[in-house]
Design a protein around this ligand. Structure first.
Ligand code: CA
Length: 236
């Protein structure tokens, strides 16, 4: 069992959407779709996916311009985005990349190549979704069975505690609000309350104690939580 990354496809041509849906589902993605920029905007507001495939020409505007507004917004600033277009001109390609696209493909495209490109931009921007294990100090967090391991000691985490720990381990030394953690870790279940985060953090702390890692998970007063890569008093 591992985290299933989600992708939002913003495309108004049904044939292409279905082609993409098929290829991406087969590659292990949870697929959401939007046929216009306003639908895409709504979808992003509800759930932040791990990656977006964005068409250029849409019924209510152009993807490249919308991309610029996404990059100006803190919440979607680092969202990996692959632009898709029927226009093969070099200037268009440059404009797409200038506006903040991580990659760019011209229609017609090979679905296989598109999946490879998406995996590649995700490896660059969201390593927690492709790594099979994460190492911290002398502990290893395994994706396949959600277990935290230190030498011969191995403990299986709940799905949410696993996601939370994985996210924190791969994004150390940054403070996150409960809302940001809800977005990044829970994703699908944004209707849950902020204090739910605290409940899972508490459960996670109990597990971390057994691995002598609890001090690395810090409560940041007035903000939320942070994973420290080192402790102030720690020799390592
Ligand atoms: Ca289109």
């Amino acid at each position: 069992m591992s985290i299933q990354p989600s992708v939002l496809i913003v495309e108004d041509e049904a044939d292409i959407t279905e082609l993409l849906r098929f290829a991406l589902q087969r590659a292990g993605f949870e697929v959401r779709t939007a046929q216009s920029l306003s639908e895409a905007q709504q979808s992003l507001k509800a759930v932040l996916p791990q990656v977006v495939v964005l068409d250029w020409m849409l019924p209510d505007g152009d993807g490249a311009t919308w991309l610029k507004t996404l990059r100006a917004d803190e919440r979607s600033r680092h969202l990996p985005i692959l632009m898709l277009t029927a226009r093969a001109q070099e200037t268009d390609k440059l404009q797409g990349l200038d506006n903040g696209a991580d990659d760019y493909m011209t229609k017609p495209f090979s679905p296989k190549e598109l999946v490879a490109r998406i995996n590649s931009i995700m490896r660059r921007s969201a390593p927690q979704h492709v790594a099979t294990s994460t190492t911290f100090k002398d502990c290893v967090l395994h994706d396949d069975d959600l277990a935290l391991q230190k030498g011969g000691v191995r403990e299986t985490l709940g799905n949410t505690e696993f996601k939370l720990l994985k996210y924190l381990l791969t994004h150390p030394d940054k403070s996150y609000t409960r809302n940001q953690l809800l977005d990044f870790v829970w994703g699908d279940h944004v209707y849950i309350e902020e204090r739910t985060v605290d409940v899972h953090v508490l459960r996670l702390r109990k597990i971390l104690q057994r691995f002598e890692l609890e001090a690395y998970l810090e409560t940041v007063r007035g903000v939320g939580y942070r994973w420290r890569s080192t402790l102030p008093s720690s020799p390592n």
